[in-house]
Design a protein around this ligand. Structure first.
Ligand code: NAD
Length: 478
């Protein structure tokens, strides 16, 4: 594969960075250089701003139906090329083919969902109760949106922002993660083919994200910043967003608890835990980070989970039959390994896995830890790898309080055969999303997002469209 799109995409044209700067994109499987990608600098960011501003009247001047048709075409084109996208995702991120196909499918679905939502930006007309004046409320495109995405879902975290922004009538500048810029560059070519006019979508890979973000976010033509990534970077971007009072959408870190109650169907809980933990090798903000299992069923649950984890095949994500690919880079792998060492030093038991392999590639084996002590670092911080950390409990109210005892609030999982109790517990959990007897919550039709330090705003669902629209109220009489 030598024909990667690896240049900047500005105003419908492919070009090198103004300074000629490039950076290496690494294949996590063998640490080889996949491609050298152009690295945007300040002059390129300024060109992208001009392109997005010039294209804005054209794009917002189209009818919702015209935008919808183009988005639907993007869905059709991407769906026809899922294996190609999946291969690219595996090459730059490492994840196994099955995970990559899952991501490519999920990524494409945002175009279908928002092609349908594009025509549903409703307003309303009411009479002011006292004056009798008319209150006319409608939605307008917010303006230029700046979208910053992470490496763990190189395509889907982009389409989850690009599709609603385009549906709303916004033009966009996208900054993909430096580890994985190739999937979104390939997507730019597809969007052009679908009929997106020049300048509506601009893609700026860059090794200087802070510098270009400062220029873009301080430009008064930009109105929205939508970021997915770590809470630390999100916090800094929120401060920067304050300068121009940008609308922020922040999808940040998580520390998901997974509660298995005494009356759970153990097989359903194990299947759910496998999904919640091992989808994307644990490199997901939604990954179950803390498994709290009722003491009465902990032995059976731990044995079954360890058996399922032990059966997973680790290797080159491109090969058939591989379940788990390498992690994205050495830093991520080393952090996972250090969490396991820390937990074991403090008294945790390795049920399966736990041995750092030698040789090239950023591999870490599927691992189950039982008897994890309260002071283990992995319970407080995102593991972001294939390690399930188990604690047991007997007091349901105490475990709900423990689940909530985190600065994060993205997603929690609950397993119980008593639906009424499950709903009652779900309500008590301070998380933006709950998987009740399910290990998967992501769905383009649902509002994805967190509370507390997991973020602001929602992506997907109808809410996702509204992040890129401004409400205008017109007062009149007749
Ligand atoms: P990261 O914060 O390091 O980087 C995310 C993006 O921000 C990248 O494009 C990066 O280049 C850019 N960036 C880094 N520093 C920047 C700066 N100073 N100014 C502007 N942009 C900057 O995160 P990551 O390591 O790529 O991704 C992992 C994190 O993302 C995890 O914490 C994970 O939980 C989170 N995440 C959250 C969600 C969600 O929906 N809540 C989804 C996926 C990942």
């Amino acid at each position: 594969m030598t024909d990667f799109k690896n240049q900047l995409y500005i105003n419908g044209a492919w070009r090198d960075s103004a300074s000629g700067a490039v950076f290496d994109v690494i294949n996590p499987f063998d640490e080889s250089v996949l491609s050298q990608c152009a690295s945007a600098e300040v002059a390129d960011a300024q060109d992208a701003l001009t392109a997005a501003a010039n294209a804005a009247p054209v794009w917002r001047g189209m009818t919702p139906r015209q935008r919808s048709v183009i988005l639907r075409k993007a869905f059709d084109l991407m769906t026809a090329r899922l294996p190609e996208f999946a291969e690219l995702i595996t090459l730059e991120n490492g994840k196994a083919k099955t995970d990559a196909m899952g991501e490519a499918t999920y990524a494409a679905e945002f175009f279908r969902w928002f092609s349908e939502e594009a025509v549903r930006a409703d307003g309303n007309l009411t009479m002011a109760p006292a004056s009798g004046a008319r209150i006319l409320v409608h939605q307008k495109p917010a303006g230029i949106a700046y979208l910053i995405t992470p490496w763990n879902y190189p395509a889907a975290m982009g389409t989850r922002k690009i599709a609603p922004a385009l549906a709303a009538g916004c033009t966009v500048i996208v900054k993909p993660a430096s580890e994985t810029p190739l999937s979104l560059l390939a997507l730019a070519a597809l969007l052009e083919e679908a009929g997106v006019p020049a300048g509506v979508v601009n893609i700026l890979p860059s090794q200087k994200p802070a510098e270009i973000s400062e220029v873009i976010m301080n430009d008064p033509r930009v109105r929205v910043v939508s970021f997915t990534g770590s809470t630390g970077v999100g916090r800094n971007l929120l401060k920067l967003a304050a300068n121009q009072v940008l609308t922020p959408a922040m999808e940040l870190g998580g520390n998901a608890p997974l509660l298995v109650l005494h009356d759970a169907d153990i097989d359903v809980a194990v299947e759910g835990a496998m999904l919640a933990k091992m989808r994307n090798m644990g490199e997901a903000c939604t990954a179950a980070n803390r498994l709290y299992v009722h003491a009465s069923i902990a032995t059976e649950f731990t044995e079954k989970l360890s058996a399922a984890m032990g059966k997973l095949t680790v290797g080159n994500g491109l090969e058939a039959g591989i379940d788990v690919g390498p992690l994205v880079n050495a830093a991520t792998r080393d952090k996972v390994s250090s969490f396991v060492c820390d937990a074991v030093e403090k008294g945790a038991k390795i049920e399966v896995g736990g041995v750092l392999p030698t040789g090239p590639g950023y591999f870490y084996p599927p691992t189950v830890l039982s008897n994890v002590p309260d002071n283990a670092l992995c319970l407080d911080d995102e593991i972001f790898g294939p390690v399930a950390a188990i604690q047991t409990f007997t007091d349901e109210q105490a475990i709900i309080a423990k689940a909530n005892d985190t600065e994060y609030g993205l997603v929690a999982y609950v397993f119980t055969e008593d639906l009424k109790r499950g709903l009652h517990i779900s309500e008590q959990l301070e998380f933006g999303m709950v998987g009740l007897n399910r290990g998967l919550v992501s769905d383009p039709a649902a509002p994805f997002g967190g509370v507390k330090q997991s973020g602001l705003g929602r992506e997907g669902g109808h809410e996702g469209l509204m992040e890129f629209m401004e409400t205008q109220y017109i007062s009149t009489v007749w």
